[in-house]
Write a new protein. Structure first.
Lengths: 266, 249
């Protein structure tokens, strides 16, 4: 497989340039993560004050959950919205007649996803530190594995969204905004999987996020690293990502067969 | 050896037959015209030549590369321009050209952009957002994009559509100069008969997905006993010609 860093940079440059010229776009990246952190921070502090000795742990679990879930959401949106920008600007026709390979496109989308996610989550982490004296890194180095799994989950959900857009056209755009948010109740961000009905638990445990947040609660609450949960999260991510890649390849080839690249913006 | 070799190319969308078993070749350095009414199959044919659309059946070789097996090798050496495919509006002209220079792995990007800007008289537009340009300026910028990689093959889909006569003439003159200096092969789809008569050697006349006739402008005028290519076009579009049977050559 030939991959050109130059071509990947070409597409990343195209999207970075948009940010350079538009401060509202930059502000938009940090707006929701900071807002979420602010609301959940005060809410956590309010409940923590009534929990006595367990208060600090509860605040840690909640704010850690908010911050890590934002990583999944922002990496998902960063990937999918970057692709949609090409649809909105009716630029796909030029891109797909250039020598840019589909995997270089995906690599550029992943790069933009990381940049957009960082620009959103870092300000939220700063707010958590300044207002609530919470530092996600205090959980320990394992937090990197939690974050990596959630970012991966954001990516395979986004790749599936892009596949749906290739298949169904611009009408599927609304799914980009709602798909991962729709999975929030099953992600067990703010509560353990055990509080769900048994049949919903089965569904929740099929998502890497539920295992990550079980692991986060164990790390903050008991100081224990749940390697079993991390292994489940990693394995599920691998399986879901493989499925998303297959779906993307299938829909990419279908789009070339049915002419979707010629009129996908319509 | 041809710049383009098309053999029995067919594209079917469910019940609709967009392109019906067309065959043609284009020699290196030749400028060929693709003429036909709306829905004749010109854009579909160009999309298949670019690898944007997979044919239902048939073979395409572009610059010696099989577009089914090795389209990326061909895509690096060709380019495309159409007023119907936009460049990102919020990026300036220079930024747009930089993006495509990177996508085509162009060396000495700024120098190349400067050369093109001078040749196409867009130097004063380089710092302006593409979305704020007039139709004529957009066409020249789109041409600059399509020449960024010094293509050996240029596919142009109605390059002067919606341009005023002066700007249209400027673009056509520029294409003539570029062809003479570079030896580039050009495939031009157009509704503008004067443009096709002026720029193209052979002309393929398409109707309902088929090539119904072909020849140089002079040959077609003689064959249809007409003074203008537009009348030949109308004869074919309205099926008044003596050449009813499709020609594949």
């Amino acid at each position: 497989m030939i991959i050109s860093l130059r071509r990947i940079w070409g597409l990343v440059y195209r999207h970075l340039t948009l940010f350079r010229r538009s401060w509202p776009r930059l502000l938009d990246l940090a707006y929701w993560p900071v807002l979420q952190m602010t609301i959940w921070g005060f809410t956590s502090q309010f409940f923590a004050a009534r929990l006595g000795n367990h208060g600090a742990v509860t605040v840690g679990m909640m704010l850690g959950g908010v911050l890590l879930w934002e990583m999944a959401l922002r990496s998902h949106l960063g990937f999918a919205i970057t692709f949609m920008e090409e649809i909105w600007s009716r630029n796909l026709g030029h891109i797909f007649v250039s020598p840019l390979r589909p995997w270089e496109l995906v690599a550029a989308l992943l790069s933009m996803s990381m940049i957009r996610m960082s620009l959103g989550v870092v300000p939220a982490a700063l707010v958590a530190g300044l207002l609530y004296h919470f530092n996600i890194l205090s959980v320990g180095p394992v937090v990197v594995l939690f974050a990596a799994n959630l970012i991966l989950m954001g990516w395979w959900v986004a790749l599936s969204c892009v596949s749906l857009i290739l298949s169904q056209g611009g009408g599927a755009e609304s799914l980009v905004w709602s798909m991962l948010i729709g999975l929030s109740p099953l992600a067990a961000v703010y509560y353990p999987v055990a509080v769900m009905p048994w049949w919903l638990q089965k569904l929740a445990l099929s998502l890497p996020a539920a295992h990550v947040f079980e692991g986060l609660r164990a790390a903050i609450g008991q100081g224990v690293i749940r390697w079993d949960e991390l292994a489940w999260a990693g394995g599920l991510n691998a399986a879901w990502m493989a499925g998303a890649i297959l779906l993307f390849m299938q829909q990419f080839h279908a789009a070339r067969r049915n002419g979707a690249f010629m009129n996908i913006g319509e | 050896m041809y710049a383009i070799e098309v053999e029995s190319l067919t594209k079917r969308y469910r019940a609709a037959l967009a392109v019906n078993a067309i065959s043609f070749t284009v020699s290196y350095g030749e400028t060929i015209g693709l003429l036909g009414g709306n829905g004749a199959g010109k854009t579909t044919t160009i999309a298949m030549l670019l690898g944007l659309l997979v044919p239902t059946s048939g073979q395409i070789k572009v610059l010696g590369f099989d577009m089914h097996k090795d389209r990326f090798s061909a895509l690096a050496r060709l380019n495309f321009s159409s007023p119907y495919v936009a460049l990102p509006h919020r990026l300036t002209v220079a930024e747009n050209l930089r993006v495509y220079a990177n996508l085509y792995n162009v060396k000495h990007v700024e120098k190349r952009i400067g050369e093109l800007a001078e040749e196409l008289e867009i130097t004063n537009l380089l710092s302006r957002p593409a979305g704020q340009l007039s139709a004529g300026q957009k066409t020249r910028v789109a041409l600059a994009k399509s020449l960024i990689n010094r293509p050996e093959l240029l596919l142009l889909d109605e390059p002067t559509a919606s341009l005023d006569p002066d700007t249209g003439d400027l673009v056509r003159s520029w294409l003539e100069r570029y062809r003479a200096s570079s030896g580039c092969t050009i495939l031009l789809a157009s509704h503008n008969m004067d443009e096709v008569a002026r720029l193209c050697g052979p002309v393929l006349m398409m109707k309902q997905g088929r090539i119904v006739d072909r020849g140089t402008t002079a040959e077609l005028l003689t064959r249809y006993n007409r003074a203008h290519l537009e009348d030949v076009f109308l004869d074919i579009a309205r099926s008044r010609s003596n050449t009813e049977s499709p020609v594949t050559a």
